[in-house]
Design a protein around this ligand. Sequence first.
Ligand code: ADP
Ligand code: 5GP
Length: 192
Amino acid sequence: MADQLNGKLIIFSAPSGAGKTTIVRALTERFPRLEFSISATSRQPRHNELHGRDYYFLSAEEFLQACREERFVEWEEVYAGTRYGTLKSEMDRIWEKGNTILFDVDVMGGIRLKSIFGENALSVFIMPPSVAALRERLIGRGTDSPETIEKRVAKAELEISYADRFDRVVVNNDLQEAIAEVEALVADFLKA
Ligand code: ADP
Ligand code: 5GP
């Protein structure tokens, strides 16, 4: 059981486009003992995604079955009709190796994980300098349609309102400064 192994975990949440992926990637290069938790999802794989590497892809029925069997630590319907969740077995897999678990989950999932794991968890909210900057970054990234970008921006307002429920808020204005701030937070947490 995940809660019996009692290792450490670090949770990152952010509105889409805030720069979380960029920052967390830099972090994994600096700290090799951090290992991403691979979530389960009921959505279809994208063309470049692999089962067991990017997600554990489950059918809607398999996902519900795993819920009924209480195999999830937490799960959320992040997008209408699409569920994402953290399997207890995934946490065990990483802790058994002596690694610290890195989570990239939505804001509600981040708050939930922190409430379950308390002092063993560090939760970090990556904050964009403004909603206007967030929109510019999503446009600049070039991966989403204008409609999707507007949906993400609209959701961001609500997500930002939950920032104070996280242990730390890091504003990603200057990228190098944000990375340095996150690295210092993580180094401190791993030392304790
Ligand atoms: P997220 O994972 O939070 O959705 P990404 O890491 O994909 O965000 O970043 C969104 C876009 O913003 C990317 O194109 C990235 O290169 C860019 N970006 C990240 N941080 C900054 C920053 N501090 N200033 C300007 N652009 C940034
Ligand atoms: P994607 O673009 O991969 O379809 O969307 C991923 C979204 O779901 C992101 O907001 C990500 O943080 C969130 N997510 C991924 N895995 C989990 C999980 O296990 N639990 C929760 N609550 N959210 C997740």
